[in-house]
Design a protein around this ligand. Structure first.
Ligand SMILES: Cc1cc2nc3c(=O)[nH]c(=O)nc-3n(C[C@H](O)[C@H](O)[C@H](O)COP(=O)(O)OP(=O)(O)OC[C@H]3O[C@@H](n4cnc5c(N)ncnc54)[C@H](O)[C@@H]3O)c2cc1C
Length: 395
């Protein structure tokens, strides 16, 4: 008899680590399998910071983001440590912005989340860190929402892994899953053994493999159209970083095409982080390179200078993967016709929801009915299968 487990989770980035945590916390026998070392830098859940915010383009996401904060608070209580740092946030819309501001303001209003609609000059008055730049004129408008902050990607993931193990989960790094087979109402999880393949039998399998998801789903006949892009974030040294400390600079997003975003000083003490959303080329997750794209770096540096002023040194840039769905909405569902397998996909904005995903995927793995909140994230929705287009990613 081979190994047999109640639930196997494939992939231990933010979403999979959260799933092992929420399952183990309920006393459920769970094994997490990761192809690389825990905390590796080849996927999407490393580095210091991710944005967490209520400000979203649909009322559904604004409501859901409240659940994301709740789910992280459960981790904070369990770890007896602060995970989320509240910074306040501004979404900046130039005149004729590619992203429609009204979808944000109406969604926040519908959910009763307080925000201010202010022009660029008022932004500079409230946040003098922007006064050094020339971009925020009266033609630019902004949503200022205090309910915005930073969630630490690497530390948050590591915390959930630690708690999962403390609650009884087993996490096994360096264990790539080669295949999933449905046999006699269970799932056979095929991994490399010492001499031959080994099979672990599981009552349920949760696939949180992000960029590698279709390697496991396609042979089951359930490929999801996904675009995997190589993205990058840059840390810019500056002689006067106090100007950009938390409280002096909010989390900011430039809601145009290209779209940029950035953080106050966080995670490192010698540089300010900025990045471009969806600026990178499509890649294969196994053959991608890790070298920064100098064109993207220069585009971002020029933008940062116009936003907050000059004085930055040469950036340190690191890369990561976006895994984008056609509609940029999540997947959080059981595979149609295979209720023993569930899938979670964060659609390149999912880290803020990582703990929420873990809670929801744990419920799916233990047979709970699919909650109405998950309907937009169904594997059967039509918009998941329309041709991939960049326009849909601009949200
Ligand atoms: C630069 C960048 C900035 C971002 N900014 C934000 C942000 O501000 N706010 C936000 O909410 N989100 C943001 N995101 C998106 C968010 O980080 C991702 O949605 C989230 O981290 C995805 O987590 P994951 O666990 O699904 O994927 P990953 O972290 O990639 O984890 C998947 C894991 O599965 C493993 N795996 C795959 N196949 C197998 C297999 N066959 N066997 C075993 N293991 C396997 C992989 O090795 C990997 O460790 C950003 C992403 C990037 C890259």
């Amino acid at each position: 008899m081979g190994e047999s487990r109640a639930v196997v989770v494939v992939g231990l980035g933010g979403l999979g680590s959260a799933t092992t945590y929420w399952l183990a916390k309920q006393g459920i026998d769970v094994l997490g399998l990761e192809q690389f070392e825990l905390g590796h830098v080849r996927g999407a859940s490393h580095d210091h910071s991710r944005i967490i915010r209520r400000s979203y383009h649909t009322p559904g996401y604004v409501e859901l983001a409240a659940g994301a904060y709740d789910a992280w608070r459960a981790v904070e209580r369990d770890a007896d440590a602060e995970i989320i740092t509240r910074t306040g946030g501004i979404d900046l819309f130039p005149a004729d912005a590619a992203i429609d501001a009204s979808t944000y303001t109406s969604s926040l209003t519908a959910a009763g989340v307080p925000f201010d609609w202010i022009d660029g000059e008022e932004v500079r008055r409230r946040w003098p860190a922007f006064a050094g730049g020339d971009l925020l004129t009266g033609d630019v408008h902004a949503i200022q929402c205090d309910d915005t902050g930073i969630v630490p990607a690497g530390r948050g993931t590591a915390t959930m892994q630690r708690l999962a193990v403390e609650h009884g989960a087993e996490l096994r790094p360096h264990t790539p899953v080669r295949e999933l087979r449905v046999v006699d109402g269970e799932v056979e999880v095929v991994i490399d053994g010492d001499e031959d393949v080994e099979v672990i039998r599981a009552g349920h399998v949760v696939v949180t493999a992000d960029a590698w998801t279709n390697r496991l789903l396609a042979p089951l006949g359930h490929e999801v159209p996904l675009a995997v892009t190589r993205e990058q974030v840059s840390y810019f040294p500056h002689a006067d970083l106090d100007r950009f400390a938390i409280g002096r600079l909010p989390v900011w997003i430039w809601m145009d095409d290209p779209s940029f975003y950035g953080f106050p000083v966080y995670g490192v003490t010698d540089a300010l982080k900025g990045a471009e959303d969806c600026g990178g080329a499509e890649v294969d997750p196994d053959t991608r390179t890790f070298d920064p794209d100098p064109t993207m770096e220069q585009r971002l540096a020029a933008f940062m200078e116009r936003l907050v002023g000059g004085g930055f040194g040469a950036p340190r840039t690191t890369t990561c993967l976006y895994t984008l769905t056609s509609d940029r909405d999540f997947v959080c569902d059981r595979v149609p016709g295979i209720p023993q397998i569930s899938v979670g996909l964060g659609a390149a904005h999912g880290f803020k929801f990582a703990s929420w995903f873990g809670r929801e995927l744990a419920a799916l793995a233990t047979g709970a009915p699919v909650r109405p909140e998950l309907a937009p994230f169904s594997m059967e929705r039509e918009s998941l299968y329309v041709p991939i287009s960049r326009e849909a990613w601009l949200v």
